[in-house]
Write a protein that binds this ligand. Structure first.
Ligand code: ADP
Ligand code: MG
Length: 238
């Protein structure tokens, strides 16, 4: 069973074809990175997978089930955005448990999951703080924690590091890699940064102007790019 299948996903906004037929199979536990220039449709595709946007045509399957009619909360996924809006009046723990409360998860279970996620993300000492008392990197870790506590089998990350400075970007990237090893969940990760893509991905999907240019292991894309766009973006020239 595939963790995620995209079947000929198309999306039109007005006159503009943003996604022009995207197909993809993702295995359980795989780390798949989408790379491509700004405006090529990466976020639109993530929002369609999450159910926050409806495709013009095509289908999304998650864990073997067609989810085209399913609301975001029923898709078994969690999404981490680049702008990690936390609730300023809630503590770190409060921010992490809010969605669980809405999901109807009991208090003991909520606490257990928050403690576990906090330990994993080195947030245990900060659970009573409010977002204003945290650094940018800590806030982003809370946003990741908020996704982890829902225990999804599929994570969507949309440029989660783009608001962090260079040093923090490296640290947080290593943490996400560690998280993947620990949770063994499927991760779909969007970036326009080649280094992030090369270091995190089991499989890279190169997207340009709504069309998948090439899919493959980082090393294969680097050594054998299918076309000049892929070569320019990640590969060494043919
Ligand atoms: P990326 O994440 O790769 O930078 P996006 O998916 O955000 O790209 O956007 C792809 C294209 O779709 C852009 O041209 C953008 O302006 C357009 N677009 C995205 N969302 C909307 C929308 N809600 N309405 C109209 N156009 C949109
Ligand atoms: Mg985007």
């Amino acid at each position: 069973m595939k963790s995620l299948r995209l079947l000929d996903i198309r999306k039109t906004f007005g006159e503009i074809d943003v996604l022009k037929g995207v197909d993809l199979d993702v295995e359980e536990g795989e780390f798949v990175v989408f790379v491509g220039p700004s405006g090529c449709g990466k976020s639109t595709l993530m929002r369609i997978i999450a159910g926050l946007e409806t495709q013009t045509s095509g289908s999304v399957e998650i864990a073997g089930r067609n989810v085209d009619a399913a609301v975001p909360a029923k898709r078994g996924i969690a999404m981490v955005f680049q702008s990690y809006a936390l609730y300023p009046h809630l503590t770190v723990a409060g921010n992490m448990t809010l969605a669980l409360k809405e999901d109807g998860v009991g208090k003991d279970e909520r606490e257990r999951r928050v403690e576990k996620a906090a330990a994993l993300l080195q947030l245990s000492a900060l659970l009573k703080r409010r977002p204003a008392e945290l650094s940018g990197g800590q806030r982003q870790r809370v946003a990741i924690g908020r996704a982890i506590v829902r225990e999804p089998r599929l994570f969507l990350f949309d440029e989660p590091l783009s608001n962090l400075d260079a040093a923090l970007r490296v640290n947080t990237r290593l943490e996400i890699a560690k998280l993947h090893r620990t949770l063994k969940a499927t991760m779909i990760y969007v970036t326009h940064d080649q280094i992030e893509a090369m270091t995190l991905a089991d499989k890279i999907v190169v997207l340009n102007a709504g069309v998948v240019q090439q899919v493959g292991r980082p090393i294969d894309l680097y050594n054998r790019p299918d076309n000049l766009f892929v070569a320019g973006f990640i590969g060494s020239p043919k």
